[in-house]
Design a protein around this ligand. Structure first.
Ligand code: GAP
Length: 520
């Protein structure tokens, strides 16, 4: 199948709107920056990804794979509130450190993340008095500024704004600005959404929408331990909304202000933390591949010391699972982080809440004469695989998007059958000769079987080629067609979206034939 070498984000976004995957939030009012709604197909695709994660992480952890201790991996689910006690965010460090230094342009009023701004400077060094041209990589400003810089300096190179000495800032020309020196000093900017709990709305009632689902799991660690028979090592998993007042939301749903996370907090003995870190990092990478992200567009990257989040500094070890999005290519963008958080979270909540969050491990410590152990009390270390549901959906859509001019649908989505929002379509070849009745019957049978996992469609209108094309564009992996032969030998054609090949299958075997192919 002919695939275009580089995928156009504009075309992907247009398809998403046309076929009801993603809409701009509040579109009829002009939209609201950083917020996206999922249409009928998008809502089901997102649900399928969430459920695939839930099944493979919570219900059947790691598909039954043993952990580094040789035992089955144990995970329990949790569902905690978006609004937590404000002290949670003080203890977690978000209240103080959850901010990105920003620079404003006094002239254009645009605001940039300090560490996102780069500058074209002369290849020979920043001497002279001509302007230094600032831009944000991957935006139209990059090419514009490059042209101007090359005209001014001839040969140029790129350096981060963070490395440009302050005395040279008066020469920096901001993106889209006319005059140099318009960038302000970097300023801190808290990313948590503020709200008020209760009707009085005084400063005493301030609360925050959670910027990550993780903290709910640390705060309930003791209750989970006390209310279940679970023992360390084990994980708590949760899926839910998180909110960040991102300063520059961009790249479609990639950086949104409201998004959903799928997070695991895995608690283990400190001595085993690195083994679990490696285990989760590798298993999570394999999981994304198993649901259709190609290995050449996926990479695992160890974060550098500079990039580590505040909690990971002492844990030393964070890997990003990254996908090559059309807007990052040839670079990559993070879809999941796997962090070794050490005992940062439980210890800080223990300190701030004055509640013991230790674990008593009866199977460790000195061996006693009676053959039992003395036991050991410790604060578990945490490995956190934290995935973005919306970024996962976006990566799946980008990966699936395919152009093929030779097909009736020049644009189609090769979504993994397990994730596809429409599982199966059933058609009568023509709308007569008893075919619609037979197809209606098959449709009911197939829908009964698969509709908990996605749509099953029945379409009797339009030419058959058009109906196939519509399904290909929506990513439906299989179409069953009742034709003239069905009445004679009780078979139907089952068409494979990816190859266009058709197989004749007995009417009463269609469900059994499709089930394994749909990964259900
Ligand atoms: N508890 C750790 C944590 O929240 P993070 O790297 O900040 O770590 C985890 O976020 C994942 O959440 C990211 O890998 C990404 O997929 C997703 N995510 C973070 N910010 C996002 C945003 N503004 N829009 C969409 N997804 C986001």
């Amino acid at each position: 199948m002919a695939e275009s070498p580089s995928k156009s984000m504009d075309k992907i976004m247009a398809l998403c709107k046309r076929r009801g995957f993603v809409f701009q939030a509040s579109e009829i009012y002009g939209g609201i920056n950083g917020f996206w709604d999922y249409g009928p197909l998008g809502a089901q695709l997102k649900r399928n990804l969430r459920e695939a994660w839930w099944r493979d992480v919570v219900m059947n952890p790691c598909g039954g794979l043993a952990g580094p201790d040789g035992r089955p991996v144990q995970i329990v689910p949790l569902d905690t509130c978006i609004i937590q006690h404000p002290q949670v965010w003080v203890a977690s460090g978000h209240a103080e450190t959850f901010n990105d230094p920003m620079v404003d342009c006094r002239e254009t009023k645009a605001r940039y993340r300090f560490d996102h701004v780069e500058v074209f400077v002369p290849a020979e060094g920043t001497g002279g008095d001509k302007p230094l041209f600032a831009f944000v990589s991957g935006t139209p400003s990059e090419q514009k500024q490059r042209r101007k810089a090359e005209k001014a300096w001839g040969s140029v190179k790129v350096v981060p704004l963070t490395s440009v000495p302050r005395e040279q800032w008066p020469r920096v020309l901001a993106p889209e600005a006319e005059k140099v020196g318009s960038l302000t000093e970097p300023r801190a900017f808290n990313l948590m959404f503020k709200t008020y709990v209760g009707a009085t709305a005084t400063e005493d009632d301030v609360a925050y929408l959670r910027p990550e689902t993780a903290q709910g799991m640390f705060v309930q660690f003791k209750n989970v331990l006390d209310s279940s028979r679970i023992k360390v090592p084990f994980g708590i998993a949760q899926v839910g909304k998180a909110f960040r007042n991102e300063v520059t939301p961009r790249n479609f749903t990639f950086r949104s202000r409201e998004f959903e996370q799928m997070e695991i907090e895995f608690f283990c003995h400190p001595e085993h933390a690195f083994d679990w870190y490696r285990f989760w990092r590798d298993w999570r990478l394999g999981w994304w591949k198993s649901i259709g992200l190609g290995s050449d567009s996926l990479q695992l990257r160890e974060q550098t010391q500079d990039e580590l989040a505040h909690y990971a500094k002492d844990g030393a070890g964070t890997s990003d699972i990254e996908y090559r999005f059309p807007f990052t290519a040839p670079g990559f963008g993070e879809i999941e982080g796997v962090a070794h958080r050490a005992d940062f979270d439980l210890s800080t909540h223990q300190k701030h809440s004055k509640t013991k969050l230790e674990y008593f491990d009866a199977e460790r410590g000195e061996l006693l004469p009676n053959g039992s152990h003395k036991g050991e009390r410790y604060v578990p270390h945490v490995i956190e695989p934290s995935a973005g549901l919306d970024r996962g959906v976006l990566a799946l859509l980008c990966e699936a998007y395919t152009e093929d001019a030779s097909r009736a649908s020049p644009e189609l989505l090769l979504l993994h059958p397990r994730l596809a929002p429409i599982k199966v379509a059933v058609f009568p070849l023509v709308n007569k000769d008893g075919m619609p009745e037979t197809s209606e019957k098959l449709y009911r049978e197939v829908a009964e079987e698969f509709s908990t996992h996605g749509f099953v469609e029945h379409d009797v209108k339009a030419a058959i080629g058009k109906r196939y094309a519509r399904m290909d564009e929506a990513g439906c992996p299989f179409c069953c067609t009742i034709d003239g032969q069905t009445a004679q030998d009780q078979t139907v054609t089952v068409r494979d979206r990816d190859t266009g090949a058709q197989e004749r299958i007995a009417l009463d075997r269609v469900v059994a034939y499709l089930r394994p192919k749909l990964g259900l």
